[in-house]
Design a protein around this ligand. Structure first.
Ligand SMILES: Cc1cc2nc3c(=O)[nH]c(=O)nc-3n(C[C@H](O)[C@H](O)[C@H](O)COP(=O)(O)O)c2cc1C
Length: 452
């Protein structure tokens, strides 16, 4: 491996509950009460900032994602903080790290999202990001007065309009509109305030937003849908893309496809950072890492593994099948098309039984896993980063705090030694960390008060 590389990778921390291994909360390296402990979240956020991570990321659902209670009661997944409230709290105990939360375009309105993420951007001094999701979990429908989830194509059409309206709302005030002129008594220049007047297929939003333009112009836009419609939305709107890839060739295909789509939309290939998920189990030696992994796997209850596999395959019922037999043909799903393909491909490629498959999926939910020493994990990250598969990684530790501490203490210094990752922040905002331009103000709608 070369000693240094001029291009540096981006690192995000996917901050999920007690850790990404579904049974990890039972491990001595986890903190079982973390889902409702602000102190525990603050400790992890400071740890990620000390390691110079670009950002923290919180996934979200407006529901308990699985209702298979015999299995779900064995997981932490029914106990999740609301992400904007959590990130607002974390923004005051950190100074530099980016703060990315998930917001649904299916179960919220653009005005809510524009206010919440715009406020977070102000509170944090320009460190907010919005993970735009169309919502993969159909259980949310039942919490919002609907009998069923909107169809996949409709969700994505709504999402495209949603994002445009939200950006328009963030641009309500021009950057220099708030004059706060004590002498004249004019607080803002109404000639620099735009009323959006949006009327579209899904939304009618007059505007303006009741908030000054966010410090970053727009919070950073993140997207993670892997289907055809998801990739298209990402290429049109996103600035960071989270991906789920098991193997290097799939990741290379995804990366090349996204960069091609960007060019087709007249966007610069560098305008979007592709960050696949990475599940690292770190040891001082490979043997130590393998022991740690085996300890985690011993904690996995079969009901939990099978239930998670069913959930990730769109609710497929595995009960009529022998768990030690092959994976049956899975029907297409309207829920998570890309994830279903990753899982089915994995089973086929490695000829896995249902049990072997759920043992793999329970670990990283289809994301790439590396079990090894710091040098081995850094080798893999370098291979993907330099091999046209990633601009960085969304790091998914098996447990918090221990699994993440091992990554920051062992792998991060190794990446820094190779020149692959920063040793200091050079910017203040999330856009600056990621090397993304601040969007210029776009004058949409009509001026609130034209000059007399
Ligand atoms: C890293 C990552 C994080 C995600 N976080 C969420 C989330 O918080 N909430 C959600 O509803 N979907 C989440 N998703 C799912 C995607 O946004 C998307 O809805 C899903 O992949 C289905 O879309 P597709 O059919 O285009 O693949 C996430 C996906 C990935 C890869």
């Amino acid at each position: 491996m070369p000693a240094s590389s001029p291009r540096q990778m981006r690192l995000g921390l996917f901050l999920l509950s007690t850790g990404h291994h579904i049974a990890g909360w039972r491990h001595p390296g986890a903190q079982a009460d973390m889902p409702t402990s602000i102190r525990a979240f603050a400790e992890i956020a400071r740890m990620a900032e000390a390691a110079r991570f670009d950002m923290l990321f919180l996934a979200d659902n407006n529901c308990v994602p699985q209702t298979d209670w015999p299995a779900v009661r064995r997981t932490t997944r029914a106990n999740i903080f609301e992400p904007i409230a959590l990130l607002s709290a974390l923004s005051v105990v950190t100074e530099r790290i980016g703060l990315v939360a998930t917001g649904s375009t299916t179960y919220s309105e653009p005005y809510h999202i524009a206010r919440a993420f715009g406020t977070l951007d102000h509170i944090s001094g320009g460190r907010a990001g919005w993970n735009i999701v169309t919502t993969s979990n159909s259980n949310e429908a039942w919490n919002f007065g609907r009998d069923s989830h909107m169809a996949h194509a409709d969700r994505y059409r709504r999402a495209a309009e949603f994002v445009e309206v939200t950006k328009g709302l963030w641009d309500s005030f021009a950057d220099d509109a708030l004059v706060r002129d004590v002498e004249s008594g004019i607080y803002f220049d109404a000639g620099k305030l735009r009323v959006l007047d949006h009327q579209g297929e899904h939304f009618t939003v007059r505007g303006p937003l009741n908030l000054a333009r966010p410090p970053q112009g727009h919070p950073v836009l993140v997207q993670a849908g892997g289907s055809e419609a998801g990739r298209d939305l990402a290429a049109r709107t996103a600035e960071v893309i989270f991906a789920v890839n098991q193997a290097l060739p799939d990741a290379q295909e995804f990366y090349a496809d996204i960069k091609r789509r960007l060019l087709a939309h007249g966007r610069d290939a560098e305008a979007v950072k592709v960050m696949p998920g990475l599940f690292p189990v770190v040891g001082r030696t490979r043997a130590e890492a393998e022991d740690r992994m085996a300890e985690l796997q011993r904690l996995l209850h079969p009901d939990v593994g099978l239930s998670l596999l069913s959930f990730l395959t769109g609710g497929f019922d595995f009960s009529p099948y022998d768990v030690d037999g092959p994976l049956p043909e899975l029907p297409d799903t309207d829920v998570g098309k890309a994830r279903l393909k990753v899982i089915a491909d994995l089973a086929k490629r490695e000829n896995l039984s249902i049990r072997q498959l759920y043992e793999r999926i329970a670990v990283s939910r289809g994301h790439h896993m590396v079990v090894g020493s710091a040098a081995e994990i850094a080798d893999r990250m370098q291979e993907w980063f330099e091999g046209g598969a990633a601009d960085g990684f969304n790091v998914m530790p098996p447990t918090f705090p221990e699994g993440f501490r091992a990554f920051t203490e062992l792998v991060v210094p190794e990446l820094q030694r190779r020149g692959l990752f920063r040793t200091e922040y050079s910017g203040a905002t999330l856009r600056e960390h990621l090397g993304l331009a601040r969007p210029p103000h776009a004058a949409r709608g009509h001026v609130a008060l034209p000059p007399a």
